[in-house]
Design a protein around this ligand. Sequence first.
Ligand code: BG6
Length: 522
Amino acid sequence: MDVRVVDRTNRRQTQTPAHQAPPCTLVIFGAGGDLTKRLLMPAIYNLSKAKLLSENFAIIAVDRTPKPVEAFRDYLAEGIRSFVSDTAAGPATEPFDAQAWEFVASRISHFAGDLTQSDTYARLHDTLEKTVAQHQTGGNAVFYLAVAAQLFGTIVEQLGTAGLAREQNGSFRRVIIEKPFGTDLDSARALNARILKVLSESQIYRMDHFLGKETVQNIMVLRFANGIFEPIWNRDHIDHVQITVAETVGVELRARFYEQTGALRDMVPNHVFQLLSMTAMEPPNSFEADAVRTEKHKVLEAVHPLDDAEVRRNTVRGQYAAGTLGGAMDKAYREEPRVAPDSSTETYVAMQLGIDNWRWAGVPFYLRTGKRLARRTTEIAIQFKQAPFALFRDTPVDILTPNILVLHLQPDEGASLQFGAKIPGPEIALGGVRMDFHYKDYFKTEPSTGYETLVYDCMIGDQMLFNRADGVEAGWEVVQPILDLWRNDKTVPLEMYPAGGSGPEAADNLLWRSGRHWRPIG
Ligand code: BG6
């Protein structure tokens, strides 16, 4: 990782400039799909705007059906324009930058083929050679798999057979694979084994888009670039940690995928565990990819494995029922299009985990994620242990305000620290107050999809923000006992919660039984 330091205490500044990526051809499998249009191409456009793409850059857009390249470029431009005008992607203050788009558009070619057929890859080989010659991309290629997960193994094998994965004369061949990486421990292991027969680990970029979020990367900076946090970042000082990934969206039009997947598989072994491991990891020896990934992996390895009784006691699965969200009536999950009327798929999961190591022994980590909750919020709350009460025993104070450090990851990025202060007046009375830091007050942020950093990092060969094989498997290893029990034991309840609420009551009980409570979502 390239680390620069700029003092921003007095000034509001734009991003520090990075170096231009090396020459490269980006081959997108599934170029006609939603991911390419909504996230990947806007990210490429942003990289072009930031002048981070090489002059010798080209895109081969691979899709099932042939399409005139002009029509295809127009289709992608539509996606960029709606991204630029979408306030959810950031402040919509920037106009569409036609020049930045033209830089990209003029380098796109369209290639049609059936991804299950080997002749597609033989033809692709020829097309890639021509592209290398035309755009002087020097033989470097990134293959981006924006396709259904069932095709991951096949595509990688075909790349191998066609000689497309071979790195020669100093050039690189890299493959980006986005989640879902497997559907359980066995399938994740099998997929790793399959692709590792063709590619070396250094060629595989397993993407978790949470790691592209600036504020997620900032967890490490906050912890390791400031002297005040690490000395108290342990079981001596921390009472518990809460990680919340709450969404207001429901299953939308993804029921076919979601019915088979559920909140646990969809969010926990990947996104939520990225947050967990960044919060709990030991300081790495350096920001080298393997140093960081090794420390993150060690956290997941140290998570206390749950037996059946612990799964029953320490996990909650829920599903949204009808309710009111944003003032409007919202239907139940079971009434959504393509969802079975008696579906038992969970749209919410909460759990208590422990990390069996020296730093964290005895500190509960409470995790929760769900759809159709009252508010969209992703945060990590570190609650510190109470100060001794003795001094206040003869005062009207009956409870001390807990110290909570909250890292707000989205949508309002920043951090806040809660502590107790004296309420002015003759008597000793305490009130909880907060110091707040908002990213937007210090940094000029550009609208981004979060994919910019990840695509750029792949092009420059930095794997720090990508998952290693062992990291993916360790995540599945932690959730596998939960998947097993939920599947095999029909008595495990599916707790209903109203859309627009804070999740099921059973999740509150998870904390109440030890005298704790969740931070409010609404
Ligand atoms: C995806 C999940 O990986 O992450 C979705 O499949 C979820 O169900 C999404 O909504 C959340 O990502 P973000 O970036 O919107 O917080």
